[in-house]
Design a protein around this ligand. Structure first.
Ligand code: GLN
Length: 475
């Protein structure tokens, strides 16, 4: 039986949404065609049963036919998606109901959602603070209980960081585990579609449905046969490497990180401190690669094929210049310039190729700890690595804000999983000073199940807190 939303939900939704502004478009009655051939894997039948009839939200850089796909940009405001992303199509096939599109930093570039050109989104725990980003609308909508889960995209932390800021679960799958078809590309070699949800079990079910090889995305894979099973594997115990952290953590975030360690130790996990020496190089490498790819991916937005055109232009070049000048926000322009710069002939060696070497190095360091795709356990023997998600809790605006530079520097914990292509799961560890603190687990490629098992055991012992005024509508 599809789930029927209780009558008073409408008032509840309106009250919250007026305060947090999570949605760019909300149309729960929209009729969305199920794409032909949309099917989820045979192992996801029970997940489909559990999620049938439930509403979900979609970050507005992921296409769902009949809805807009603005990417948080003036350039694409009002553009409608002509087709549906494979991940959303599989949810449709399971009987889930897309109700709207959520706000984001323009094209996924940012850590606060304040880089959206469309509107501002606020954190449900404290509306004076940001929800994190770039999937801030999806995180805020789930945290306020407006939907049980949402799709997001993660290029360098955009699912995990807003999930941590809003006190929800955020799963960034292994690179290629979920089809990117229908995701508007920012940095193709780093990103993927993933899940934000109210509970760990819900992320597991949604992931079970959306994963799998897709003929429309040649980089997508099925899980290898040796990968841990998504269901029924619930193992107690295991060895978790705990990243050694320094002064960069805010006191409350440190407390949350320590609370998580204590909780996991009490559950029987063995915790050992580890170091990842090249961690200090990952942020510059990430921003070099991400902006290089962005400068190429965003070249398609020329005002001719997509989006808003200037009223007049002297010639086609002038038209493109004017469309991009008026359409892109300052952060997007900065990144296109940076990306073009690092790719200039003569400079590639100095920036881009060096970054690719750092990328290979960080991948190797994780493999040394966790093992490779053979699942035999790495030389380090660790089942997962526990790390902070972000050095601070949700930050404020104005005085309490983090500068754009500080926001980028703070991506060090999240962007390494993208550089290495590994799965990472962010979950709420505790509430400190009235704001949630999230921590993340990073695992072997295609070992999402291991991370979900650990986080679910933690959740059972420490049920996640919700913001004041939250009501649980979703079974
Ligand atoms: N903060 C990162 C960035 O701005 C994360 C982006 C993302 O994952 N889409 O690039």
């Amino acid at each position: 039986m599809p789930y029927t939303v209780p009558k008073d939900f409408e008032t509840y939704f309106k009250e919250w949404e007026d305060k947090i502004g999570a949605f760019i478009e909300y149309a729960p009655g929209a009729s969305v065609p199920v794409p032909q051939g949309a099917a989820f894997g045979a192992d996801a039948v029970s997940a489909a049963g559990a999620l049938k009839g439930l509403p979900f939200a979609v970050k507005d850089n992921i296409s769902v036919e009949a809805f807009h796909v603005s990417c948080g940009s003036k350039l694409l405001a009002g553009v409608r998606a002509p087709y549906t992303a494979t991940a959303a199509a599989k949810l449709l096939a399971a009987g889930c109901v897309p109700v709207g599109k959520t706000n984001l930093d323009e094209f996924g570039m940012g850590s606060s959602t304040d880089n959206s050109a469309i509107k501002q989104t606020n954190n449900p725990w404290d509306v004076a603070r940001v929800p994190g980003g770039s999937s801030g609308g999806s995180a805020a909508a789930v945290a306020a209980g407006l939907v049980p889960f949402a799709l997001g995209s993660d290029t360098g932390g955009s699912i995990r960081q807003p999930a941590a800021f809003c006190g929800v679960v955020g799963l960034k799958p292994s690179y290629g585990a979920v089809s990117r078809y229908g995701l508007v590309a920012y940095a193709s070699s780093l990103e993927g579609i993933g899940v934000l949800s109210d509970t760990v079990g819900r992320s597991r079910d949604v992931f079970a449905l959306i994963r799998g090889a897709d003929p429309l995305d040649q980089t997508s894979h099925n899980h290898p046969s040796g990968a841990p099973a998504l269901y029924g594997g619930g193992r107690g115990g295991g060895v978790i490497g705990v990243l050694k952290t320094g002064e960069e953590l805010e006191a409350e975030t440190r407390k949350g990180f320590e609370t998580a360690q204590k909780g996991l130790a009490e559950l029987g996990y063995t915790l050992k401190e580890i170091e990842i020496p090249s961690l200090k190089y990952v942020t510059p490498a990430y921003y070099t690669i991400a902006t290089a790819e962005a400068s190429a991916n965003l070249a398609r937005f020329d005002g001719i094929r997509y989006g808003r055109r200037p009223d007049w232009a002297e010639n086609p070049d002038d038209l493109i210049d004017k469309a991009r000048e008026a359409g892109f926000g300052p952060e997007v322009k900065l990144r296109i310039l940076l990306g073009t710069f690092v790719l200039r002939s003569g400079f590639q060696d100095r920036y881009y190729l060096r970054s690719q070497r750092i990328r290979a190095g960080i991948k190797r360091q994780f493999e040394n700890l966790l093992g490779d795709s053979e699942y035999a356990g790495g030389p380090g023997g660790y089942d997962a690595v526990l790390m902070p998600v972000f050095p601070t809790r949700a930050f404020g605006r104005g005085e309490g804000a983090l500068s754009p530079f500080a926001q980028k520097a703070a991506d060090l914990y999240t962007c390494c999983a993208n550089l290495a292509g590994l799965p990472a799961l962010s979950f709420p560890a505790s509430v400190e000073g009235g704001l949630p603190v999230g921590v993340q687990l990073v695992g072997r490629a295609f070992a999402e199940a291991t991370l979900l098992d650990i986080a679910e055991a933690y959740e059972k012992a420490h049920p996640f807190a919700r913001p004041a005024g939250y009501r649980a509508f979703w079974p």
